[in-house]
Design a protein around this ligand. Structure first.
Ligand code: G3D
Ligand code: MG
Length: 178
């Protein structure tokens, strides 16, 4: 790979309020805020990291979860090289909906690298989705890496972004013989 660096587009998907924006903020700024206004459309954050001593820029796209804007979502998905699927462990429906996000994205992007995030694990007493269920879903998505995260405490946040970056790097290397 050339040392100029690469930009990898990563899309973060999942139902509204599962913590997508918070996870991105936590990783890109190391801070957690609870005063977000509802995301409209999409925005993206950029952060650089090194993979095998190569500088990589992750461009992380975050879409608001409005189900009816499917035209917008097609544009949002285009060119994505990796996906982070997020659900909220305190809301079973957000867990069940991951397969819908997966099916939709797959139609547009095909079989790209992906990870599954079970977010808000700090909410112990409100937890409804067990680790076992999370594991089962990760299997269903093709045996993908599974992380139990908290955008609030930072648990596993660095690890999941590092992992998707590594996976996209390996995938791009293989695909383009870089
Ligand atoms: P979204 O981008 O997926 O729509 P947000 O979700 O990042 O906007 O988060 C939705 C709400 O969940 C926010 O609360 C946010 O603070 C909270 N949240 C996100 N991640 C976590 C987490 O890991 N743990 C806990 N306890 N809360 C989290 P508000 O009250 O601001 O709407
Ligand atoms: Mg958001």
């Amino acid at each position: 790979m050339k040392s100029l660096g690469f930009v990898f587009k990563i899309v973060v998907v999942g139902d509204g309020a599962v913590g997508k924006t918070s996870l991105i903020k936590q990783w890109t700024e190391g801070t957690f805020r609870t005063d977000y206004i509802l995301t409209i459309g999409s925005n993206f954050a950029v952060k650089s990291l090194n993979i095998e001593d190569k500088p990589i820029k992750l461009q992380i796209w975050d879409l608001a979860g409005q189900p009816h804007f499917s035209d917008v979502r097609v544009l949002f998905y285009k060119g994505a090289m990796g996906t982070m699927y997020v659900f909220d462990v305190s809301r079973t429906e957000s867990y069940e909906n991951v397969v819908k996000w997966y099916d939709e994205l797959r139609n547009i992007c095909g079989d790209i690298p992906r990870v599954l995030l079970a977010n808000k694990v700090d909410l112990n007493d409100q937890r409804k989705v067990t680790t076992e269920k999370g594991d089962a879903l990760a299997e269903r998505l093709g045996g993908v890496p599974y992380f139990e995260t908290s955008a609030k405490t930072g648990q596993q946040v660095h690890e999941c972004f590092q992992k998707i970056a590594q996976m996209v790097y390996d995938w791009a290397k293989k695909k383009q013989s870089l």
